[in-house]
Design a protein around this ligand. Structure first.
Ligand code: NAD
Length: 488
């Protein structure tokens, strides 16, 4: 299989002829050859998008009409559910049942933003009867979308849907480790009737194609999801062209368990929160903080459940934990397992390749107990099926531990004490807090992190804010006084 760019409605190879290969995570054998974009390919894609922006009609058509196309995109995705899930499963090692869920969510992203633009209004500010000030939202121009390799199709559509809904033509740069499912997008967009040049796709390595997109002067906005370090690089590189940046970055999210919680449900949430999606999840609950009175019991039950998480072939519907995406990433995660043991954390489950899986990037669900805040496994994002458990005795200590990393994406709180819930909701440093729940999303709500986990918010109207400029029109409806300089 060979993948090309999609620029101005045409599938094209890289101008340099360069390609890269994608690996099958279960064997680490190359299975896909992909065009490796560079600055010239990005320039061609931006030019096609810019032409679509100035020539119309996408950016200026009534919202209802744009929404119709977005709903057609959703239908086109739904009709390919199985194909998308199968590609994603092969490309990323995600268990097939979970890949199916992500494909459904991708369709939902388009339906949701179709609804957003057809129901949202613009603001009006009246100054008595003298002046009417109203806001006109305009699409900002060509949107550069740079996405990571985890749940790639869903995250691509999480950016594409609002950007297109807002009226922006786009250039998408998918992650180089998971390029496969994006290759279905051109066909999906054409089938839905999206005008030529509105959707463009450039594959490639981040430091080449991604960096060229960030540097391009005709791209006024970059929406990026990826590692915090890459986010910093992008911010530096975007400074010269003063871009709007939306940054969804890394996480090391705590899950706090107080003794008064429903411990059975807290356990379910802790296991699912870090071992679903192979642990390659920005909002993974990768640090579990447990009150000391129930700590040993919770650790023992967590270890027992982890040992029973089914690790296996991503395509097998019984698999709960598949293969990590890439040998380099696998090596990194395994290095963290060694670091954890070396730092003196107590390994109570996993820590090695399951015996029945002799090749590929497989790791048993891994639990470290007695992890302390100075340990690297407590501080650094591992992005795999590895969880750290730490005891606390008081609420104050729990908050200190929860906030003791540079990240602040999500947090999960398990308690039945209402007053404590309100106190912690104020003091935990995280963009999003779930109380007595797992990561259940409501697409209308602001999604994003604080500290090193991100800048800005997406979700609902917040996403539309990213892709539009607000212009204010001040209209005098009475003769307002004008000082008559030079008239006397
Ligand atoms: P990454 O930062 O390595 O890469 C992300 C994307 O950026 C890729 O497309 C890559 O090619 C591109 N890129 C790399 N260097 C670039 C550069 N110099 N200029 C422009 N683009 C460049 O991230 P990853 O390893 O693909 O993804 C995993 C990370 O993403 C984790 O840290 C995870 O927490 C984070 N993530 C965050 C969220 C969120 O919503 N906060 C969601 C998913 C993943």
């Amino acid at each position: 299989m060979k993948l090309e760019h999609y620029i101005g409605g045409r599938h094209v190879p890289s101008q340099s002829g360069a390609t890269f290969t994608a690996l099958d995570p279960t064997t680490n054998e190359p299975y896909l050859e992909v065009a490796a974009g560079g600055a010239a390919d990005v320039a061609a894609a931006v030019a096609a998008a810019q032409k679509a922006f100035t020539d119309g009609p996408w950016s200026t058509m009534p919202a209802e009409q744009r929404a119709g196309t977005l709903r057609a995109v959703a239908a086109a995705i739904e009709s390919r559910d199985d194909e998308i899930a199968a590609l994603e499963c092969r490309d990323t090692g995600l268990p097939i049942t979970q890949a199916r869920g992500q494909a459904r969510r991708a369709a939902h992203n388009f339906r949701f933003f179709a609804d957003v633009i057809t129901t949202m209004g613009e603001d009006v500010y009246r100054v008595g009867t003298a002046q009417l000030n109203y806001v006109v939202r305009k699409p900002v121009g060509v949107a550069g979308l740079i996405t990571p390799w985890n749940t790639p199709f869903m995250l691509e559509t999480w950016k594409l849907a609002p950007a297109l809904a807002a009226g922006c033509p786009v250039v998408l740069k998918p992650a180089e480790w998971s390029p496969a499912s994006a290759s279905l997008l051109p066909e999906i967009m054409e089938e839905a009737g999206l005008p030529t040049g509105v959707f463009n796709l450039v594959h490639g390595i981040g430091e080449d194609a991604g960096a060229a997109l960030v540097a391009h002067p005709d791209v006024p906005v970059i929406s990026f999801t990826g590692e915090s370090g890459t986010g910093q690089t992008i911010m530096r590189n975007a400074a010269s062209s003063l871009k709007t940046l939306s940054m969804e970055l890394g996480g090391k999210s705590p899950l706090l368990v107080f003794e008064d919680a429903d411990l059975e449900r807290a356990l379910d949430a802790a296991v699912f929160g870090v071992f679903s999606l192979n642990g390659e999840r920005c909002t993974a609950s990768s640090r579990v903080l447990v009150q000391d009175t129930v700590y040993e019991e919770f650790v023992a039950r967590l270890a027992e459940r982890a040992a029973r998480v089914r690790v296996g072939a991503p395509g097998d519907p019984a698999t709960e934990l598949g293969a990590l995406i890439h040998p380099e990433h696998y090596e990194r995660v395994m290095e963290y397992v060694a670091i954890g043991s070396g730092e003196g954390a107590r390994l109570v489950a996993g820590g090695s390749r399951p015996e029945h899986l002799t090749s590929g990037n497989f790791l048993a669900a891994t639990v470290f107990a007695d992890v302390t805040p100075h340990m690297r496994i407590f501080q650094e994002e591992i992005f795999g099926p590895v969880v750290c458990v730490t005891p606390f005795s008081t609420e104050t200590e729990a908050v200190e531990l929860a906030n003791a990393t540079r990240y602040g994406l999500a947090a999960y709180l398990w308690t039945n004490d209402l007053r404590r819930t309100h106190r912690l909701a104020q003091s935990i440093e995280a963009g999003m807090l779930w109380v007595n729940s797992q990561n259940v999303r409501d697409l209308r709500t602001p999604f994003g992190g604080v500290k090193a986990s991100g800048v800005g918010r997406e979700g609902g109207r917040h996403s539309i804010d990213v892709y539009t400029e607000s212009h204010i029109v001040h209209l005098a409806t009475e003769d307002l006084p004008i000082p008559r300089f030079g008239a006397a």
